[in-house]
Design a binder for this molecule. Structure first.
Ligand SMILES: Nc1ncnc2c1ncn2[C@@H]1O[C@H](COP(=O)(O)OP(=O)(O)OP(=O)(O)O)[C@@H](O)[C@H]1O
Ligand SMILES: [Mg+2]
Length: 353
């Protein structure tokens, strides 16, 4: 088998702060093949953006990074140490959630794309502008020659995000990281933008990391999905397996909280009770245990190893869903009248921490 384009091994990121050390990412591992898409899914604060920013070399200097990231066989931190700025822009680029973080409000849209082309590829001004008009057209912006001369505030949110996508794709990157690229737009525009990203990825044989808090967004758009909770990947599987045979109770809960096409339109969705944990000095336990419907006492005492590797399916749980062991644990909680989702353990956990 060919070498993966990107490998991430045992990646951990800590931020020393005045309140203590934030363990934002903890032992993250995944591979990404050329032309494939991996989805990284999890609630707010689970470490998705910090993982992406590590790959993009965008973390503040105070961040303590451990582990190894390689791109096409090269160590990404070495690339950063050598000051190869063009790497991020030509080989690997990123689209952020809010287009205004990437766009300069006082520069015309076309000029901003052209600057990227001139800086990274050395195009002259004329060639850069004509190529940016082509790019605006390719990302579905009507009247690209006119839009090229407009400022970001003259465009709708959806069009602005298309400009950002055009800018990220300008130098034909091999890997695009899209971090919640459609959170700032409405549902109809969201679908159009996600379809556009998908088409461009296929057309250019590009690899993509699609980051979202919404498992519904990852469905049908990723080859593989990694579910993050409190800085760790708690489950990783090919897309089909993840949606049809998930094992981690958190994935299970996420799946229950998204609408499904086959459900009758008034089916109640189950929100996940409780809040994600604090990442400063977390107690030694499964971070999800206090919210988990399956959790037993030992979940509060030991962090489960990543196990159950079946092919590419891995998960970290003592009582996996859709297994006999997990179902027995869930049943024993239900028998005790614990229907609220491990909240009986919440009180114990709070006392213990
Ligand atoms: N520069 C920083 N200094 C201290 N803590 C940070 C820093 N950047 C991120 N964090 C913390 O790291 C944790 C993970 O943050 P991250 O931005 O990766 O979450 P996320 O999964 O992207 O969430 P969201 O869905 O809200 O974007 C959070 O607790 C966040 O507060
Ligand atoms: Mg984020």
């Amino acid at each position: 088998m060919a070498e993966p384009l990107l490998t991430v091994r045992d990646l951990s990121v800590r931020f020393p702060t005045t309140r203590g050390v934030v363990q934002a990412v903890n032992g993250v591992e995944f591979d990404l093949e050329e032309g494939q898409t991996i989805g990284i899914v999890g609630e707010s604060g689970s470490g998705k953006s910090v993982t992406a920013k590590t790959l993009m070399n965008l973390l503040p200097r105070s961040a303590e990074i451990e582990g190894e990231v390689t791109f096409d066989g090269r160590d990404v931190r070495e690339i950063a140490a050598k000051g190869e700025d063009h790497f991020w822009g030509v080989q690997m680029t990123m689209v952020f959630q809010d287009p205004m973080t990437s766009l300069n409000p006082v520069k015309r849209c076309g000029e901003q794309i052209a600057e990227t082309l001139r800086y990274h590829l050395g195009h002259d001004k004329k060639k850069a502008i004509s190529e940016s008009i082509d790019l605006l057209e390719r990302v579905g912006i009507p009247e690209p020659a006119k839009r090229e001369r407009q400022y970001p505030h003259e465009l709708s949110g959806g069009l602005r995000q298309r400009v950002v996508i055009a800018m990220a794709l300008a130098c034909q990157p091999r890997l695009l990281i899209a971090d919640e690229p459609t959170t700032a737009v409405d549902v109809t525009v969201q679908k159009l933008l996600l379809d556009l990203l998908d088409d461009l990825r296929k057309e250019r044989q590009m690899s993509m990391i699609l980051i979202t808090h919404d498992l519904g967004v990852a469905r049908g758009r990723c080859d593989e999905v990694a579910v993050m909770y409190a800085g760790r990947i708690v489950e990783r599987a090919d897309s089909h397996t993840l949606f049809s045979d998930s094992r981690h109770p958190y994935t299970d809960a996420l799946l229950r909280s998204i609408p499904r096409i086959e459900q009758p339109s008034h089916t109640r969705l189950d929100p996940i009770p409780g809040r994600p944990p604090e990442l400063i000095n977390p107690p030694v336990r499964c971070a999800y245990a206090p919210r988990c419907r399956f959790a037993q006492r030992n979940c509060l005492e030991e962090i489960p190893d990543v196990s159950g590797v079946v092919g590419m399916h891995s998960f970290a749980c003592h009582y996996p869903a859709n297994t006999e062991r997990g179902e027995a644990a869930l049943q024993s909680n239900l028998d005790r009248g614990e229907t609220a989702g491990g909240l009986h353990l919440h009180a114990v956990a709070e006392g213990a921490s």
